[in-house]
Design a protein around this ligand. Structure first.
Ligand code: APR
Length: 276
């Protein structure tokens, strides 16, 4: 008896369908695994807590888990544009700044050059080298209404709104750091811009206002210059800085070439005072 030309037998058809289903199941499994791995890698790459904890644990004698808990309370569940700087008060109370008289270094628009220098030489301390400054340096974070999570993407930028999570943190931390300023205070400002002392900067709007005599005796401005620098110590904005200060605080300004700072950073054995 002839069978219909090429038509598979019912048994063969079932086997083919079985193989197809098996292939589909394997493919589906692969897709699920890829998605799960992808999501967890992405979460790890963006998660704030591991970075916070690792940086915090570099400082001995602190309960970093507790500090993280206090930090989170400032912003979780809130609109990221509605976090006032006072929200971080409990964090500052949990990790108060220790005064570092004669070693405190402030800066404005010189972030890379100042840290290149202070990392190599043990003479000065910037806020970014303290525990609270270091754990969040260069990072972005925010919360969301109705969520207990910390987000690191789609957070408002520095200028998007006044009371944003990140800006309020730096304003609060800079306030607390400047409140501890004592003795001879230094500030590295940028001689390559027309307004090294900019009234909208954190240095001008927050920190300088908290330098009080007799706790602060002097302010030494290091104006970092390059070959084609547009500014020197006679700059108008630096006159404003002088006027802003309590007149009993001694002010001086020195132009220092960036190359000289690099050279000095390369020789940590020389005394702190000899760089400028
Ligand atoms: N977007 C994101 N971050 C910003 C922005 C911005 N548009 N502007 C300022 N910041 C944050 C960054 O962390 C940046 O590195 O402030 C830092 C310093 O900005 P500058 O304008 O260069 O300087 P200033 O505002 O004067 O703040 C520096 O504050 O960080 C403390 O004690 C520190 O004395 C220093 C001062």
């Amino acid at each position: 008896m002839e069978r219909g030309g090429g038509t598979p037998l019912p048994g063969k058809r079932r086997r083919t369908r079985g193989v197809l289903l098996a292939v589909l199941a394997v493919l589906l499994l692969l897709v699920v695994v890829a998605v799960v791995v992808g999501v967890s890698v992405r979460q790890k790459a963006h998660a704030l807590k591991p970075t916070f904890m690792a940086r915090c644990e570099a400082f001995k004698g602190y309960d970093c888990e507790k500090i993280w808990g206090v930090f989170e309370q400032a912003y979780v569940g809130l609109d990221p544009c509605e976090v006032p700087m006072e929200a971080y008060d409990p964090l500052i109370a949990a990790v108060p700044f220790k005064p570092a008289c004669n070693r405190m270094m402030f800066w404005s628009k010189t972030k890379d050059v100042v840290h290149d220098f202070t990392e190599k030489r043990d003479c000065f301390l910037t806020v970014e080298e303290t525990l609270l400054g270091s754990v969040l340096d260069g990072l972005t974070w925010c919360g969301k209404e109705g969520s207990r999570e910390t987000f690191t993407t789609d957070c408002p930028g520095w200028s998007d709104c006044e009371n944003n999570t990140v800006r309020s943190f730096w304003n609060r931390v800079s306030t607390a750091f400047a409140d501890e300023a004592c003795g001879d205070v230094s500030a590295m400002l940028n001689g390559s811009i027309v307004m090294p002392f900019n009234p909208t900067s954190v240095f001008a709007s927050i920190e300088v206002k908290r330098f009080h005599f007799p706790r602060v005796k002097s302010l030494k401005v290091v104006l970092v210059t390059q070959q084609n620098s547009v500014t020197n110590c006679t700059n108008a904005s630096l006159k404003d800085l002088q006027e802003e200060l309590d007149q009993r605080i001694t002010y001086n300004c020195k132009e220092v070439a960036e190359a000289q700072l690099e050279e000095c950073g390369a020789h940590p054995e020389t005394s702190c005072g000899s760089c400028w």
